[in-house]
Write a protein that binds this ligand. Structure first.
Ligand code: DAH
Length: 360
């Protein structure tokens, strides 16, 4: 066997035994590449006599063509094999459970849930939602609400103040949602029916107090709004919110600078091994403050107390959320622990409505 025939045999054997496309490529480079064995043979043609070239030319070129064809065929077959292997290894098992999308695993924080519940309940009674800024003026947070300068009730609020401005006035973090009452009366004409949920701040921290917490304020102003309306609204609210058929409420006299008369409201409940149930029992639990809007407040907000009257109330949202959903440490609300949230949170697509059920 001459050189060419031997080389062809070796190359075809190497092509045949290449296991993958990379190995095949190595054979191709070793044969047909710039310094490959077939290329080296082709280079010898230049130094041959014309007679030799007549014989060797077709032989070497024939070798080159056959090796090329064999490589191309092997390449096709290796590519087909690789595809087959991928098709078998990458099959999708359609019987596997689908991975849960974010709408399934994400949870709505109980505070957001309760705000949505409150909004649904009061919207059903014709209330709009009003909002105000967390950073307030002393005037809106206190003075217009009939807390005169130096009044001891100001001290009870543990206020976070900003540094004084050049004119001596100080901004503050609102200590309650009541300044939104002021903003609403200053910008809307009665009849007014709003709730104002939002963040509030006081320098206080323990199991049931955090420096930032949430309140919802209610305000009704009209010509004939009276305490009877207030009692009915609060009773309907408590029944809807705690999802019970009846609640017993107790109105105790109290004091707030911005209401006269002022009351605190307790609801009847049953305490049973740390669990609280509403609509039954002999215990009382304080849940909110309320009263008829003080004539000074109406006047401070540009309304004539001889023409308009109304009532307001304020509820701690965190507190009623804890009562309704059985959570006992307020601080956990704000620790952003995803384990707590996945336990106490709500499914995002179960939006609370009165018709569909608030928390179901
Ligand atoms: N602003 C009061 C507080 O933070 C709560 C409150 C009580 C609001 C009585 C009212 C009200 O509107 O009438 O303690």
């Amino acid at each position: 066997m001459n050189n060419i025939a031997q080389l062809e045999k070796d190359l075809l054997a190497a092509i045949g035994s290449a296991k993958d496309e990379a190995a095949l490529e190595a054979v191709r480079v070793a044969a047909l590449g710039k310094s490959g064995s077939v290329s080296a043979l082709l280079k010898t043609l230049g130094s041959m006599t014309p007679d030799e070239r007549k014989v060797q030319g077709p032989a070497i070129n024939g070798l080159k063509d056959r090796v090329g064809v064999a490589i191309a065929a092997a390449k096709d077959s290796l590519a087909a094999q690789a595809l087959d292997a991928r098709l078998t290894s990458e099959t999708v098992d359609v019987t596997l459970p689908v991975r849960e999308p974010p709408t399934e695993t994400g949870r709505v924080h109980p505070i957001s849930q309760v705000i949505d519940e409150l909004t649904a309940i009061f919207a059903d009674m014709g209330f709009a939602v009003a909002e105000g800024p967390d950073i307030e003026t002393d005037d809106y947070n206190f003075t217009k609400l009939n807390f005169p300068e130096g009044h001891p009730a100001r001290e009870m609020h543990d206020t976070f103040y900003f540094p004084p401005k050049a004119d001596g006035s100080r901004l503050l973090l609102r200590t309650h949602t009541s300044p939104v009452q002021v903003r609403t009366m200053l910008t809307q004409k009665p009849p007014i029916r709003v709730i104002c949920p939002g963040r509030t701040y006081r320098s206080d921290s323990d199991q049931t107090h955090t420096p930032m917490f949430h309140q919802v304020e209610g305000l009704v102003i009209d010509k004939g709004s009276h305490l009877g309306h207030l009692k009915w609204i609060l009773e309907e609210f408590c029944k809807a919110f705690f999802e019970v058929d009846s609640v017993k409420m107790r109105f105790r006299p109290s004091f707030f600078p911005f209401t006269e008369p002022s009351m605190e409201v307790d609801i009847q409940c049953k305490r049973d091994k740390g669990e609280i149930r509403f609509g039954e029992g002999e215990d009382w639990l304080e849940i909110l403050g309320c009263g008829m809007v003080h004539p000074n407040v109406l006047r401070n907000c540009g309304l004539d107390p001889d023409e308009y009257q109304g009532f307001a109330w304020g509820v701690g949202i965190d507190r009623i959320a804890m009562l309704k959903y059985g959570m006992n440490d307020l601080r956990a609300f704000f620790e952003a622990d995803v384990r707590w949230l996945s336990h106490y949170g709500f499914r995002p697509l179960d939006f609370p409505t009165l018709a569909g059920g608030l928390s179901a």
